[in-house]
Design a protein around this ligand. Structure first.
Ligand code: ATP
Ligand code: MG
Length: 404
């Protein structure tokens, strides 16, 4: 074999190894981070490049996030480097769904210098989108080399093949990850529900023992006493006491029951129940904008409980003077609930303490209904919770949904 032919042969082998390697990693690995790190290594080996970065697209935030890289020092930055669509070369590729081949990045206006990625060490670069049908970009593969013009046209075409293989793997790994997170949320929710039931049981036992039973025993005692009295006046005094004790016991029983279940939902409906919550919430004004919505009972219960917790948080933490509470149908036919206050605000990313269940419980309730709950807040900026539920909650039969 001539030198040129043997070089070509070696290059073919390297590409075949790369494709085989990716397929075998995908078969063995479920974790997205690990798949991407190993793929980046194989790409560098096959292309003779010096670094490879694999970004995953976060469609909600319209950002690309670095999730795997080689050399290892860059891989350690996974999850910390985010670029908006159209920011940097990877952002441009995510936005346009087309590859970018750059011989000298310093003369390309799309390039953005990120000190942690040591851009000064590399000059040429190829960036290809990871595309899934029908043209959805799920990630971006960036390959960098020290020298100018390292990447020949045929390398780019091959990287596109690699990218299309990787796109399916990334999509599957992301779905797997979403499933795992959802399963964890379900488990946490189930554990929390059992814990709350246990608390409720203890509370009811306490209410019955300390309140209702005591009053019944006293009433019984006074009734017996009345039986042995002879004058009408003393009998009626005893019966008056019994009357007071029994109506007290009845009040206690009602309180114990209403603490368990928002019976107001059955009596008056969701809108009136939210009016009533707002009216008794605390020392601030509540502006209401509530649209009548015909919702399944379990969805109403979740909306009621989330609003209740949100208002309790305003009372406990916000020091707010006014709150806006709105519930209405969204443009896509779903439901949007918003609770906003003008209080002290907080930093949502550092709020979840081990003894705080309110926000995570609200989030879990929203997720279990197929929706999401976002918290927008910052010190001195007030707090707004926004829960969005999909149109399917309107038609969902309570029998095939989780009830809580
Ligand atoms: N409306 C708000 N204004 C200011 N800070 C808030 C608000 N809502 C929540 N927070 C902050 O977020 C933290 C977490 O809230 P979360 O409801 O999860 O827990 P909690 O209210 O402290 O306890 P609980 O488990 O009883 O609800 C709070 O401790 C508080 O610091
Ligand atoms: Mg709370």
């Amino acid at each position: 074999m001539t030198g040129e032919r043997s070089d070509r042969y070696a290059a073919e082998v390297a590409w075949t190894d790369l494709l085989r390697g990716i397929v075998s990693i995908a078969g063995e690995e479920r974790q997205l981070r690990s798949v991407l790190r190993q793929t980046a290594r194989l790409v560098v080996a096959a292309t003779g490049a010096d670094a490879c970065f694999v970004h995953v697209v976060d469609h909600d935030a319209r950002e690309v996030v670095l999730m795997g890289a080689t050399p290892d020092e860059f891989d350690e930055l996974a999850g910390t480097i985010r670029l908006a669509f159209d920011e940097g070369v990877a952002g441009w590729v995510a936005e346009h769904g087309q590859p970018a081949v750059i011989d000298d990045k310093w003369s390309d206006p799309r390039y953005r210098y990120i000190p942690a990625l040591r851009g000064e060490d590399f000059t040429s670069l190829v960036s290809v989108p990871l595309l899934r049908p029908p043209g959805v970009v799920v990630g971006v593969l960036n390959v960098h080399a020290h020298d100018v013009g390292h990447f020949a046209v045929d390398i780019v075409a091959r990287l596109e093949e690699v990218a299309s293989l990787l796109a399916g793997i990334v999509e599957a790994a992301l779905l797997h990850e979403q499933l795992r997170v959802r399963e964890e949320q379900l488990e946490r929710f189930a554990a929390r529900t059992i814990e709350m039931q246990e608390l409720d049981r203890r509370r009811i036992a306490g209410d019955i023992h300390d309140g209702i039973s005591q009053r019944l025993v006293s009433a019984w005692y006074h009734l017996r006493a009345a039986g042995s009295l002879t004058t009408e006046e003393t009998i009626s005094t005893e019966l008056g006491l019994v009357d007071g004790l029994l109506s007290g016991a009845l009040d206690e029983a009602r309180r114990a029951i209403t603490g368990l279940r928002p019976s107001i939902l059955d009596d008056l409906g969701l809108t009136a129940a939210l009016h009533s919550l707002a009216g008794s919430a605390g020392d601030f004004t509540v502006e209401l904008d509530l649209q009548e919505c015909d919702l399944p009972a379990h969805v109403e219960t979740s909306i009621y409980r989330i609003t209740q917790e949100a208002l309790q948080n305003v009372v406990k933490h916000a020091g707010a003077s006014s709150v806006e509470l709105s519930l209405h149908a969204s443009e896509d036919g779903g439901i949007v609930l918003t609770v906003g206050d003008d209080g002290v605000g907080f930093c949502p990313s550092s709020a979840a303490g081990p003894l705080s269940f309110g926000l995570s419980g609200m989030q879990e309730r929203a997720t279990l209904l197929g929706g999401n709950l976002h918290v927008r807040s910052g010190p001195g900026e007030g707090t707004t919770l926004c829960m969005r539920l999909p149109p399917s909650v309107l038609s969902g039969s309570p029998d095939d949904q989780l009830r809580f």
